[in-house]
Design a binder for this molecule. Structure first.
Ligand code: ASP
Length: 298
Protein backbone atom coordinates (compact mmCIF):
# COMPACT_ATOMS: atom_id res chain seq x y z
CA UNK A 1 0.00 0.00 0.00
CA UNK A 2 1.48 3.35 -1.05
CA UNK A 3 -1.21 5.86 0.00
CA UNK A 4 -4.49 5.90 1.85
CA UNK A 5 -6.75 8.46 0.26
CA UNK A 6 -10.12 6.71 0.18
CA UNK A 7 -11.24 3.87 2.43
CA UNK A 8 -12.90 2.19 -0.57
CA UNK A 9 -9.40 1.24 -1.73
CA UNK A 10 -9.18 -1.26 1.14
CA UNK A 11 -10.59 -4.78 0.93
CA UNK A 12 -12.13 -6.58 3.92
CA UNK A 13 -8.93 -8.68 4.16
CA UNK A 14 -6.74 -5.57 4.31
CA UNK A 15 -8.95 -3.97 6.94
CA UNK A 16 -8.96 -7.15 9.03
CA UNK A 17 -5.16 -7.31 8.77
CA UNK A 18 -5.00 -3.73 10.10
CA UNK A 19 -7.18 -4.76 13.08
CA UNK A 20 -4.70 -7.54 13.85
CA UNK A 21 -1.73 -5.17 13.55
CA UNK A 22 -3.40 -2.61 15.82
CA UNK A 23 -4.08 -5.36 18.38
CA UNK A 24 -0.45 -6.36 18.23
CA UNK A 25 0.76 -2.79 18.73
CA UNK A 26 -1.56 -2.55 21.72
CA UNK A 27 0.38 -5.40 23.33
CA UNK A 28 3.88 -4.29 22.35
CA UNK A 29 5.84 -1.92 24.61
CA UNK A 30 6.43 1.48 22.97
CA UNK A 31 10.19 1.12 23.50
CA UNK A 32 10.00 -1.83 21.05
CA UNK A 33 7.71 -0.24 18.42
CA UNK A 34 9.98 2.83 18.44
CA UNK A 35 12.69 0.76 16.77
CA UNK A 36 10.54 -0.09 13.74
CA UNK A 37 10.93 2.98 11.51
CA UNK A 38 13.86 4.92 12.94
CA UNK A 39 15.26 7.48 10.52
CA UNK A 40 12.02 7.91 8.60
CA UNK A 41 10.20 11.23 8.59
CA UNK A 42 6.67 12.50 8.11
CA UNK A 43 5.12 15.93 7.63
CA UNK A 44 1.60 16.80 8.76
CA UNK A 45 -0.09 19.47 6.65
CA UNK A 46 -3.37 20.47 8.28
CA UNK A 47 -5.29 23.24 6.54
CA UNK A 48 -8.24 22.72 8.89
CA UNK A 49 -8.42 22.59 12.68
CA UNK A 50 -7.83 19.36 14.51
CA UNK A 51 -7.35 18.07 18.04
CA UNK A 52 -7.66 14.29 17.88
CA UNK A 53 -6.50 13.51 14.35
CA UNK A 54 -3.33 15.61 14.37
CA UNK A 55 -2.20 14.58 17.85
CA UNK A 56 -3.03 10.99 17.17
CA UNK A 57 -0.95 10.95 13.97
CA UNK A 58 1.91 12.63 15.84
CA UNK A 59 1.85 10.03 18.61
CA UNK A 60 1.44 7.18 16.13
CA UNK A 61 4.55 8.34 14.23
CA UNK A 62 6.56 8.88 17.41
CA UNK A 63 5.64 5.42 18.68
CA UNK A 64 7.01 3.97 15.43
CA UNK A 65 10.25 5.97 15.71
CA UNK A 66 9.29 8.34 12.87
CA UNK A 67 10.24 12.02 13.15
CA UNK A 68 7.13 14.04 12.48
CA UNK A 69 6.86 17.75 11.82
CA UNK A 70 3.53 19.55 11.73
CA UNK A 71 3.65 22.61 9.48
CA UNK A 72 1.98 25.58 11.08
CA UNK A 73 -0.13 26.71 8.13
CA UNK A 74 -0.97 30.10 9.65
CA UNK A 75 2.71 30.95 9.86
CA UNK A 76 3.70 29.30 6.60
CA UNK A 77 4.34 30.74 3.14
CA UNK A 78 0.78 29.79 2.15
CA UNK A 79 -0.05 33.17 3.73
CA UNK A 80 2.41 34.83 1.32
CA UNK A 81 0.65 33.38 -1.70
CA UNK A 82 2.62 30.20 -2.29
CA UNK A 83 0.59 27.60 -4.16
CA UNK A 84 -0.25 24.31 -2.52
CA UNK A 85 1.75 22.53 -5.19
CA UNK A 86 4.89 24.60 -4.49
CA UNK A 87 4.48 24.11 -0.73
CA UNK A 88 4.25 20.38 -1.25
CA UNK A 89 7.22 20.18 -3.63
CA UNK A 90 9.29 22.31 -1.24
CA UNK A 91 8.61 19.97 1.65
CA UNK A 92 9.13 16.94 -0.55
CA UNK A 93 12.58 18.21 -1.54
CA UNK A 94 13.50 17.83 2.14
CA UNK A 95 13.20 14.09 1.64
CA UNK A 96 10.26 13.07 3.71
CA UNK A 97 8.67 9.62 3.55
CA UNK A 98 5.09 10.51 4.27
CA UNK A 99 2.65 13.40 4.07
CA UNK A 100 -0.43 13.45 6.26
CA UNK A 101 -2.86 15.97 4.80
CA UNK A 102 -6.11 17.54 5.93
CA UNK A 103 -7.72 20.05 3.57
CA UNK A 104 -11.09 21.71 3.05
CA UNK A 105 -11.15 20.80 -0.66
CA UNK A 106 -12.63 17.44 -1.63
CA UNK A 107 -10.27 15.03 -3.44
CA UNK A 108 -7.19 17.28 -3.09
CA UNK A 109 -4.94 14.47 -1.77
CA UNK A 110 -5.45 12.54 -5.00
CA UNK A 111 -4.20 15.53 -6.95
CA UNK A 112 -1.30 16.04 -4.55
CA UNK A 113 -0.13 12.47 -5.04
CA UNK A 114 0.09 13.16 -8.80
CA UNK A 115 2.23 16.28 -8.16
CA UNK A 116 4.62 14.00 -6.31
CA UNK A 117 4.58 11.49 -9.17
CA UNK A 118 3.27 9.04 -6.61
CA UNK A 119 6.77 8.88 -5.10
CA UNK A 120 6.03 9.92 -1.53
CA UNK A 121 3.16 8.41 0.45
CA UNK A 122 0.11 10.46 1.36
CA UNK A 123 -2.46 9.71 4.01
CA UNK A 124 -5.73 11.59 3.85
CA UNK A 125 -6.54 13.07 7.27
CA UNK A 126 -9.84 14.48 5.96
CA UNK A 127 -10.82 16.21 2.71
CA UNK A 128 -13.81 18.57 2.85
CA UNK A 129 -17.05 16.63 2.99
CA UNK A 130 -15.61 13.64 1.18
CA UNK A 131 -13.48 11.14 3.13
CA UNK A 132 -11.77 10.65 6.48
CA UNK A 133 -10.40 7.16 5.96
CA UNK A 134 -8.36 6.82 9.17
CA UNK A 135 -11.41 7.84 11.22
CA UNK A 136 -13.38 5.21 9.29
CA UNK A 137 -10.73 2.60 10.12
CA UNK A 138 -10.60 3.43 13.81
CA UNK A 139 -14.39 3.36 13.96
CA UNK A 140 -14.47 -0.07 12.28
CA UNK A 141 -11.76 -1.32 14.62
CA UNK A 142 -13.75 -0.11 17.65
CA UNK A 143 -16.95 -1.78 16.41
CA UNK A 144 -15.03 -4.98 15.72
CA UNK A 145 -13.56 -4.97 19.26
CA UNK A 146 -17.02 -4.90 20.79
CA UNK A 147 -19.07 -6.84 18.22
CA UNK A 148 -16.72 -8.98 16.09
CA UNK A 149 -19.22 -9.99 13.36
CA UNK A 150 -20.34 -7.08 11.17
CA UNK A 151 -22.87 -9.07 9.16
CA UNK A 152 -25.48 -9.20 11.93
CA UNK A 153 -25.22 -5.57 13.03
CA UNK A 154 -27.62 -2.67 12.75
CA UNK A 155 -25.66 0.59 12.75
CA UNK A 156 -27.65 3.82 13.29
CA UNK A 157 -26.02 7.05 12.10
CA UNK A 158 -27.65 10.30 13.19
CA UNK A 159 -26.76 13.94 12.58
CA UNK A 160 -25.39 16.02 9.73
CA UNK A 161 -24.67 13.04 7.49
CA UNK A 162 -24.60 15.03 4.26
CA UNK A 163 -21.52 17.07 5.17
CA UNK A 164 -19.77 14.38 7.19
CA UNK A 165 -16.63 12.82 5.75
CA UNK A 166 -16.66 10.63 8.86
CA UNK A 167 -20.04 9.17 7.89
CA UNK A 168 -18.90 8.64 4.29
CA UNK A 169 -15.80 6.70 5.27
CA UNK A 170 -17.64 4.74 7.93
CA UNK A 171 -20.49 3.78 5.60
CA UNK A 172 -18.02 2.76 2.86
CA UNK A 173 -16.00 0.71 5.35
CA UNK A 174 -19.11 -0.93 6.80
CA UNK A 175 -20.19 -1.89 3.29
CA UNK A 176 -16.81 -3.48 2.67
CA UNK A 177 -17.17 -5.41 5.93
CA UNK A 178 -20.60 -6.58 4.80
CA UNK A 179 -22.58 -4.93 7.59
CA UNK A 180 -26.14 -6.12 8.26
CA UNK A 181 -27.94 -2.78 8.08
CA UNK A 182 -27.24 0.95 8.17
CA UNK A 183 -30.06 3.25 9.26
CA UNK A 184 -29.76 7.03 8.81
CA UNK A 185 -31.62 9.87 10.43
CA UNK A 186 -31.31 13.65 9.96
CA UNK A 187 -33.44 16.48 8.64
CA UNK A 188 -33.99 15.93 4.89
CA UNK A 189 -31.60 18.79 4.10
CA UNK A 190 -28.76 17.03 5.94
CA UNK A 191 -29.11 13.56 4.49
CA UNK A 192 -27.52 12.70 1.12
CA UNK A 193 -30.24 12.62 -1.53
CA UNK A 194 -28.72 9.53 -3.10
CA UNK A 195 -28.01 6.78 -0.62
CA UNK A 196 -28.59 3.08 -0.71
CA UNK A 197 -29.11 3.01 3.05
CA UNK A 198 -32.38 3.17 4.86
CA UNK A 199 -33.56 6.68 5.80
CA UNK A 200 -35.52 6.27 9.04
CA UNK A 201 -38.77 8.20 9.38
CA UNK A 202 -37.95 9.30 12.94
CA UNK A 203 -35.18 9.03 15.51
CA UNK A 204 -36.83 6.26 17.54
CA UNK A 205 -37.13 4.01 14.48
CA UNK A 206 -33.51 4.70 13.62
CA UNK A 207 -32.22 3.81 17.10
CA UNK A 208 -34.58 0.87 17.69
CA UNK A 209 -32.69 -2.42 18.08
CA UNK A 210 -29.42 -0.84 16.93
CA UNK A 211 -26.15 -2.50 17.96
CA UNK A 212 -24.14 0.65 17.29
CA UNK A 213 -25.34 4.26 17.47
CA UNK A 214 -23.07 6.85 15.83
CA UNK A 215 -23.76 10.51 16.59
CA UNK A 216 -22.41 13.29 14.39
CA UNK A 217 -21.73 16.97 14.91
CA UNK A 218 -23.53 19.60 12.82
CA UNK A 219 -20.79 20.70 10.40
CA UNK A 220 -21.61 24.40 10.76
CA UNK A 221 -18.54 25.43 8.76
CA UNK A 222 -19.85 23.55 5.72
CA UNK A 223 -23.53 24.47 5.73
CA UNK A 224 -25.07 26.65 3.02
CA UNK A 225 -26.20 30.02 4.40
CA UNK A 226 -29.82 29.61 3.26
CA UNK A 227 -30.29 26.26 4.99
CA UNK A 228 -33.69 25.99 6.58
CA UNK A 229 -33.02 23.94 9.72
CA UNK A 230 -34.04 24.94 13.23
CA UNK A 231 -30.84 24.28 15.17
CA UNK A 232 -32.36 25.53 18.44
CA UNK A 233 -34.61 22.47 18.43
CA UNK A 234 -31.85 20.06 17.39
CA UNK A 235 -31.46 18.23 20.69
CA UNK A 236 -35.18 17.66 21.01
CA UNK A 237 -35.47 16.05 17.57
CA UNK A 238 -32.04 14.62 16.81
CA UNK A 239 -30.19 14.44 20.14
CA UNK A 240 -29.30 11.13 21.78
CA UNK A 241 -30.65 10.92 25.33
CA UNK A 242 -30.73 7.97 27.73
CA UNK A 243 -34.42 7.57 27.06
CA UNK A 244 -33.86 7.16 23.33
CA UNK A 245 -30.84 4.95 23.83
CA UNK A 246 -33.05 2.49 25.73
CA UNK A 247 -34.67 1.64 22.37
CA UNK A 248 -31.37 0.24 21.09
CA UNK A 249 -30.16 -3.24 22.04
CA UNK A 250 -29.18 -3.36 25.75
CA UNK A 251 -25.53 -3.98 24.83
CA UNK A 252 -25.46 -1.30 22.11
CA UNK A 253 -22.41 0.96 21.95
CA UNK A 254 -22.50 4.73 21.38
CA UNK A 255 -19.86 6.37 19.20
CA UNK A 256 -18.94 9.93 18.28
CA UNK A 257 -15.89 10.99 16.24
CA UNK A 258 -15.50 14.22 18.23
CA UNK A 259 -15.55 17.09 18.76
CA UNK A 260 -18.81 16.59 20.66
CA UNK A 261 -21.31 19.36 21.11
CA UNK A 262 -22.79 18.22 24.41
CA UNK A 263 -26.44 19.05 24.87
CA UNK A 264 -26.92 19.27 21.10
CA UNK A 265 -26.35 15.94 19.33
CA UNK A 266 -25.58 14.04 22.54
CA UNK A 267 -26.55 14.49 26.18
CA UNK A 268 -23.95 14.44 28.96
CA UNK A 269 -25.52 11.34 30.47
CA UNK A 270 -25.05 9.39 27.21
CA UNK A 271 -21.59 10.77 26.43
CA UNK A 272 -20.37 9.82 29.91
CA UNK A 273 -22.56 6.73 30.27
CA UNK A 274 -21.61 3.05 30.39
CA UNK A 275 -22.48 2.42 26.72
CA UNK A 276 -20.28 5.21 25.41
CA UNK A 277 -17.05 4.02 23.72
CA UNK A 278 -16.00 7.52 22.68
CA UNK A 279 -12.69 7.52 24.60
CA UNK A 280 -11.95 4.03 23.32
CA UNK A 281 -12.33 5.40 19.78
CA UNK A 282 -9.70 8.02 20.57
CA UNK A 283 -7.35 5.42 22.05
CA UNK A 284 -7.89 3.17 19.03
CA UNK A 285 -7.14 6.08 16.73
CA UNK A 286 -3.47 6.05 17.72
CA UNK A 287 -3.17 2.26 17.38
CA UNK A 288 -4.96 2.14 14.04
CA UNK A 289 -2.84 4.98 12.63
CA UNK A 290 0.29 3.19 13.87
CA UNK A 291 -0.89 0.03 12.08
CA UNK A 292 -1.61 1.92 8.86
CA UNK A 293 1.65 3.89 8.79
CA UNK A 294 3.59 0.70 9.56
CA UNK A 295 1.91 -0.99 6.58
CA UNK A 296 2.54 1.95 4.25
CA UNK A 297 6.22 2.35 5.17
CA UNK A 298 7.09 -1.35 5.31
N1 ASP B 1 -13.29 15.41 13.57
C1 ASP B 1 -14.13 14.95 12.49
C2 ASP B 1 -13.71 15.55 11.18
O1 ASP B 1 -12.68 16.13 11.09
C3 ASP B 1 -15.57 15.15 12.78
C4 ASP B 1 -16.05 16.55 13.00
O2 ASP B 1 -15.28 17.51 12.83
O3 ASP B 1 -17.22 16.70 13.36
O4 ASP B 1 -14.42 15.41 10.20
Amino acid sequence: MKHLIDIKALSAEKITALFAQAQQFNQTPIKETRKLHQGRSAIALFFENSTRTLTSFQLACQRLGIDITALNIEHSSTQKGETLCDTLLTLNAMQTDLFIVRHQQNNIQQEMSSWLNNETSIINAGDGTNQHPTQGLLDLYTIWQYKQDFSTLKVAIIGDIKHSRVANSLMDGLNTMNVGEISLFAPDELIPSKTKHLKASDMNTCVKDADVVVMLRIQKERLPEDLNVDFAQWHEHYGLTNERLKLAKPEAIVMHPGPMNRGIEISDEVADGSQSVIWQQVRNGVLMRQALIHKILS
